[in-house]
Ligand binder design. Structure first.
Ligand SMILES: N[C@@H](CCC(=O)N[C@@H](CS)C(=O)NCC(=O)O)C(=O)O
Length: 234
């Protein structure tokens, strides 16, 4: 049995981490039986969640989880796509993971009101004297990473402008399709759904939410994907 380590549902999302949600979506799209359990980043091989356990194999990182499902389970997530569309789908996926992700993280972790509404709650189970210190430590680390990646060197309005262009590009590529690339879901839908759901999460007060809401096709897609893959959330 496949077991995926995730963070678990929060903020009305299947998982607050777009990568944990993507990992689970890959398993759903593959049609494989799996279970989930709450993981611990400190014990994860690459210090990040999600992590897939498949028998003795331990696979961290969603792109390598996808490769594993392709190699070991013979799944071709994109079998209906032309080579060109496979390339477009892969590029869209990486545009969200390598660019939009940092804008979303910045809005959640660096903006005080959003941090209080969201990530601060991850620490609720830590006993009071430790909690404050751990929050300071982890938040500082996240901010340092965002500075190193570069996103934190921009103003909030610049960051939201970057996110707006990405969401507009995504909306234009999806057009009237049911899924990203047409009438059947492809591998990149795991990422696209995770990020669209995350951007539409009403808990976080951000221009990113307004930009996401301005694309009716993305809002409709999100509702369709929730109904199809997470009917319990409806
Ligand atoms: N490239 C990784 C990214 C995973 C990732 O960034 N996970 C974040 C949550 S969204 C995490 O575990 N962060 C914990 C940390 O950095 O300490 C993937 O595709 O799985």
């Amino acid at each position: 049995m496949l077991k995926l380590q995730v963070f678990g549902p929060a903020f009305g999302l299947p998982d607050p981490s777009p990568f944990a949600m993507k990992g689970e979506m890959l398993l759903k799209l593959a049609g494989l039986q799996y279970t989930t359990e709450v993981g611990d980043v400190r014990k994860a091989p690459k210090g990040k969640i999600p992590v897939l356990h498949d028998g003795d194999a331990v696979i961290p990182d969603t792109t390598f989880i996808r490769f594993h499902l392709e190699d070991k389970h013979g799944i071709d997530f994109d079998k209906q796509l032309s080579p060109r569309d496979r390339g477009i789908a892969w590029s869209v996926e990486k545009m969200l993971e390598e660019s939009l992700y940092f804008a979303v993280m910045h809005e959640r972790w660096a903006v005080d009101e959003n941090f209080d509404r969201g990530p601060r709650k991850f620490f609720d189970d830590i006993p009071a004297p430790m909690r404050g210190l751990l929050i300071l430590f982890v938040r500082k680390q996240v901010k340092r990473n965002m500075w190193g990646q570069g996103i934190a060197r921009h103003s909030r309005s610049e960051i939201c402008r970057l996110a707006a262009r990405i969401l507009a590009s995504l909306s234009d590529i999806m057009g009237d399709n049911k899924y990203l690339m047409g009438s059947r879901a492809c591998g990149a839908d795991a990422t696209v759904f995770s990020f669209v759901a995350g951007c539409l999460c009403p808990i976080f007060d951000s221009e990113v939410l307004g930009h996401a809401r301005s694309h009716k096709n993305l809002v409709d897609y999100n509702q369709r994907m929730i109904a199809e893959f997470y009917p319990d959330l409806v």
